[in-house]
Design a protein. Structure first.
Length: 367
């Protein structure tokens, strides 16, 4: 009897669950945990949330915009958002005034804390940021002891699908996160491996290694040049000449990229600055003395123009919080005569913009 009962019970449970699933509007978010049915995303890109908190007096959804959640008879708080733009969005719940994560969602380190996240699907036919049936590379993690930080650190490393199938050496993109994030950002929120796998499969980008380092350090340039790059070049099969190295970063990582390449133009041939730019008003010299860098550029304009095969700068439209800093910086570049390529896309200071930036920048590398 037990042999018959258990499969029958499992089948009954499965059919019931399937019936419940098909009755719900929309589809589960790609970041909904395990068997959780929420958050959900509707066909018109609204997000649906439900959380059980029967003893709470008030619950809000904070998605940049705050939404009041309503309590049903089962003690569950529910709400549905306005239509959201495609891509990744941080969010949190505010329960009786306390900001907490959604227990039904995966969490991500952003905004200097763990945050819940939801991904809104891209337009039909846009598979650039979608897990596809193509050869896949790996995201590897390597620990090392940093003398600069006097503590253990780690890097995340993307290796292309062919890495374990041959003895070739590969060019390297060192890719930095923004403020309030860490070395996990690009591999998780950024979908770096998915973007590169899809590009490489279509022949739109060369196979490359991407190194994602923790930029929260006392001296980024020294941490990168004296610790990270030697570690990578002694551990992975990478090309070691300037023309096979790129450095890019978003927001804080973009400023770190600028500072590093201006001081060391003989190390990197490709430069990417996403949603960033030197601060226009920098009385406390945050992230360095920007006037020093403008002077260096002015004094040796031709050397810098010849040094960088790509000096690629992107911005998330006028709603990007770094927009004016970037525009003012580009105005200074124009006066000096520094060559660069500028790309702008709507979306503000967000991961959808940075995914788009990586997608476009990677296609230009090491050609």
């Amino acid at each position: 009897m037990k042999k018959l009962f258990l499969p029958s019970l499992f089948l009954s449970f499965t059919l019931t669950a399937l019936a419940q699933n098909t009755s719900l509007e929309g589809e589960r978010s790609m970041w909904s945990i395990r068997s959780s049915e929420y958050p959900r995303v509707t066909s018109d890109h609204r997000a649906m949330f439900k959380v059980k908190a029967p003893e709470a007096n008030s619950v809000q959804l904070d998605l940049g915009k705050k939404y009041e959640m309503k309590k049903n008879a089962n003690g569950e708080w529910e709400c549905i958002t306005d239509s959201l733009g495609p891509g990744f969005h941080y969010y949190s719940l505010i329960v009786d005034g306390v900001s907490v994560n959604d227990p039904s969602s995966e969490t991500f380190y952003g905004c200097s804390r763990m945050m819940s996240g939801i991904d809104i699907p891209y337009a039909d036919g846009d598979d650039r940021f979608t897990l596809s049936d193509v050869p896949h590379g790996d995201i590897r993690m390597k620990r090392y002891f940093s003398k600069i930080e006097n503590g253990w650190r780690r890097i995340y490393v993307y290796t292309p699908p062919t890495y374990d199938k041959n003895d070739a050496e590969y060019p390297v993109l060192y890719l930095q996160h923004g403020g309030g994030e860490d070395e996990r950002g690009w591999s998780q929120q950024g979908l770096t491996d998915i973007i590169l796998d899809n590009l490489i499969a279509k022949g739109e980008a060369l196979p490359m290694i991407i190194v994602m380092m923790d930029g929260n350090t006392r001296n980024f340039t020294r941490a990168l040049l004296d610790e990270c790059i030697p570690l990578v070049e002694n551990t992975y099969r990478v090309k070691k000449e300037k023309d096979s190295r790129a450095l890019a970063g978003l927001s804080m990582g973009g400023i770190q990229t600028l500072n590093t390449v201006i001081e060391n133009p003989d190390i990197f041939s490709y430069v990417g600055v996403f949603s960033s730019g030197w601060f226009s008003n920098n009385p406390n010299r945050m992230f360095g003395d920007t006037e020093k860098y403008y002077t260096m550029l002015s004094n040796d304009k031709d050397k810098y123009n010849e040094s960088f095969k790509q000096f690629w700068i992107s911005m998330g439209g006028k709603e990007d919080i770094a927009y004016m800093n970037c525009q003012n910086m580009l105005g200074r570049f124009d006066k000096i005569g520094i060559k660069y390529t500028y790309f702008e896309t709507p979306g503000g200071h967000t991961w959808p913009v940075w995914r788009e930036s990586l997608y476009r920048f990677a296609k230009l590398l090491f050609k």
